[in-house]
Design a protein around this ligand. Structure first.
Ligand code: FRU
Length: 369
């Protein structure tokens, strides 16, 4: 745990301010997940997790801290994994009691969840927002009311929250662009399947990619907003295939979309004509697709679940936390997947197209064991 947590701070500009006070006991991995009895008509989008009663030391009152976790949807494996990372980390600390709510891809519902958490008097909020603008206000209100707020993965507008945790989407997009440029030898026609464009990751992954292919003869011949969802991506790809007799590469902003595009191409018997790039790199999803020869590369987008819980603990201990914690990413190809992938700065080196963006913090250059 200590090593894991220190690695988080190594990528954070202000990380040196935070020292780990002590990660001693380990709880049983069994979460105390509960759902309310059916007759109370409890919302099906709520669940709780806390450590076993005997997990805390003498100084850690069980369930002392109530954390509200507002998840924007659980329809994709990546978000299920984020909740699982939070639950598993929290299970190590008896003093944490996490209440999960799932907004089911509905912005209004997520706004309501945040307001409910505030009126329930939670000690801290973790929010993984659906969209930037509409979630900015409820998050700011909670923060101004004195509740620490950790914004996870998708950013909001302004700075009215305690800390943002996420990977660098611009850098990931740029690395994907460089990788594409190298794979296509600087020339080709491509399809871009974008994430929801009312979210910051959608914008950043697109802008970064376009920066990465600058100066090449690569043309984006078809682009569409697939709203992060595989069925939308598949449909959009069918349109692209119908319109264009030659597609050299598909850049999808997440792995579900890359998979949907592959299925559309395979149904048209054209999957071997093109290269497929995805983002997320979950072991059970994107990395498995690379192993199966479906994707040519996936760029990791870590969930930040463990880091969010550790940051919450640091806040409860009264420590200063940095405003932004930037998580590192690896990329996985058929060549490097068996050895655990490579950090994305290597994707820049491989291309020989110039150095990585110097403002970006990519940390050390050795992959995780
Ligand atoms: C899941 C997801 C991931 C993506 C992230 C971006 O909802 O679409 O696939 O990386 O959100 O915020």
């Amino acid at each position: 745990m200590l090593r894991r947590w220190m690695a988080v701070w190594m990528v954070s500009a202000a990380g040196a301010a935070l020292l780990l006070a002590g990660c001693t006991e380990t709880a049983s991995d069994e979460d105390a997940d509960t759902t309310a009895p059916a007759e109370t008509a409890a919302p099906s989008d709520e669940a709780t997790a806390s450590a076993d009663d005997d997990a805390g030391g003498p100084d850690a009152p069980v369930g002392q801290y109530k954390i509200g976790m507002s998840q924007c949807n659980l329809g994709e494996p990546w978000r299920v994994q984020m909740n699982e990372d939070i639950r598993a980390t929290a299970a190590e600390y008896a003093e944490l009691n996490i209440i999960f709510k799932d907004a089911q891809n509905d912005t209004l519902r997520q706004r309501a969840h945040i307001e409910e958490f505030v009126s329930d008097g939670v000690d801290l909020l973790i929010v993984s927002p659906l969209e930037a603008a509409p979630l900015t206000e409820p998050i700011a209100k909670a923060y101004q009311a004195g509740i620490p707020v950790i914004v996870l993965d998708r950013d909001v507008l302004g700075d009215q929250y305690t800390v943002f945790i996420g990977a660098d989407n611009k850098l990931i997009g740029e690395a994907a662009g460089r990788w594409a440029a190298q794979a296509l030898e600087g020339k080709g026609d491509i399809v871009e399947l974008k994430g929801l464009m009312t979210t910051v990751p959608g914008h950043d992954r697109s802008n970064g990619f376009h920066k990465g292919i600058e100066g090449t003869e690569i043309n984006v011949i078809f682009e569409a907003d697939m709203k992060w969802l595989e069925p939308n991506a598949r449909k959009e790809m069918e349109s692209a295939l119908a319109r264009f007799p030659k597609i050299d590469l598909v850049y999808a902003h997440n792995d579900p979309a890359a998979h949907g595009a592959y299925l559309a191409a395979a149904a048209a018997g054209r999957e071997d004509e093109m290269i497929f790039i995805g983002i997320d790199g979950l072991p059970q999803e994107g990395r498995a697709y690379v192993e199966q020869g479906i994707l040519d590369v996936t760029f990791e987008y870590p969930t930040g679940g463990m880091e969010a819980v550790e940051t919450a603990r640091a806040i409860f201990r009264g420590e200063d936390v940095p405003k932004r914690i930037t998580l590192r990413s690896r990329f996985f190809t058929p060549e490097n997947i068996a050895s655990g992938g490579e950090w994305i700065d290597r994707a820049f080196e491989l291309t020989g197209l110039g150095a990585a963006d110097e403002t970006a913090d990519v940390g050390e250059s050795a992959p995780a064991p």
